[in-house]
Design a protein around this ligand. Sequence first.
Ligand code: MF3
Ligand code: CO
Length: 252
Amino acid sequence: MVILKSPNEIEKIRQSNVIVAEILEILQQEVEPGTNTMELDQISEELALDSDAKPAFKGYRGYPYSLCASVNQQVVHGFPSKHPLKEGDILSMDFGISYQGYYGDAAITVPVGKVSPVAQQLMATTKEALFSGIEQAAPGKRLSDISHAIQSRAEAVGFSVVRQFVGHGIGKALHEDPQVPNYGKPGLGIRLKPGMVIAIEPMVNAGGYEVKTLDDGWTTVTKDGSLSAHFEHTVAITEEGPVILSAANGSQ
Ligand code: MF3
Ligand code: CO
């Protein structure tokens, strides 16, 4: 069941997501060769607690950390590690909190120093795919219009979208209905209405779309070892169209 939010609730979800966006911005500034992602996990947790927010992922279905830190061929749910990042890596950081009863959730992928042209193109394409999806998050459209826009953008340059993980409704729970796939034919699924709030989160692989989860039960990698990028925004559907709630200063 999709839970519609009042303008007042959307404002609260925005406040939660602005905290997430600001924390991701700070983490991004810490990313350089030699940084380890365990430090980033600690910083994310401290910054959340300093903002009177609770990290949303830690303890969620047993996930052991505040931050998901997925390097190179890791797609999502990578465990923070003491292993230092090196020049040329790409790092996906997915972070969520709850703040005054409402959840925030967003993700970015950033370069570590100078990265290869294909890594750059992968990150740029994944972000563009996210924004193509966001454009479709308007009243009167259908859910799979978002999915289709994302898939088309990613596949236009020969990349592939992960099928096994999807975006989601968000509000008083981290994961609400509807599921938001990153692939599909247009014009299908529920009709989008003002008051819906969804996290749109394409994961795009440089190679094939298949992924596998490692023995730790979380870390998910591409089956073919190709690079993967992940961007996520929490978005409200309003009468005026899509509004990105997880933007640090009304931008991004
Ligand atoms: N953005 C991801 C999601 O919505 C992050 C979840 S990590 C988890 O599923 F640990 F909380 F599962
Ligand atoms: Co999410």
